[in-house]
Ligand binder design. Sequence first.
Ligand SMILES: [Co+2]
Length: 217
Amino acid sequence: MHDIGASLSPIDGPLPRTEEVIAARVKALESILIEKGVITTDVIDRVADLYEKQVGPQIGAKIVARAWTEPDFKARLVANATDACREMGFGGMQGEDMTVVENTDEVHHVIVCTLCSCYPWPVLGLPPNWYKHPAYRSRVVREPRVVLREFGLEIPLSREIRVWDSSAELRYWVLPQRPEGTEGLSADELQALVTRDSMIGVGVPLSPDKATVGSTS
Ligand SMILES: [Co+2]
């Protein structure tokens, strides 16, 4: 009799896997691909560099800060996020079709992918682990107010919460509200207030007194 469990290596532990286990698997896979000549270390280094330094929530933050300071740009962003981002030179894989939903005093938006982990990579980078977790994916739809509270975000009962289900065809992200007391700030200073979580809808931007310049997540 073939026992599936016995054929699994010790690193195939129960879910959720620890970061050490995941890192070990990635390293093993990387070695095999290099050994077989499928990829080179150079390619891996370039991809890692791309997602660590060039693609990340700082891109989305830059776009949000521009939308806060340029009403015409904001209108274009909300009308067609893919085109507005391309205008700034941002787009590509996992961001071919993006829609930006704008938070207001009346409605708070939050994004999810109920099926897997669809996410707008070119503007937000790679999704956080919790975004891929089944608990977030199911609960944020059923009880968004409770889930947001667990993230430390209390949405007034008077404000509607809308949950947007991203897919491979269409990826949503959030244009958060510009914080109070930021009238005098430049776009660069505003960018530092925009967190990744605020563009997912599970957080809000930093307030100017709490921000450290250069921090975007
Ligand atoms: Co998905």
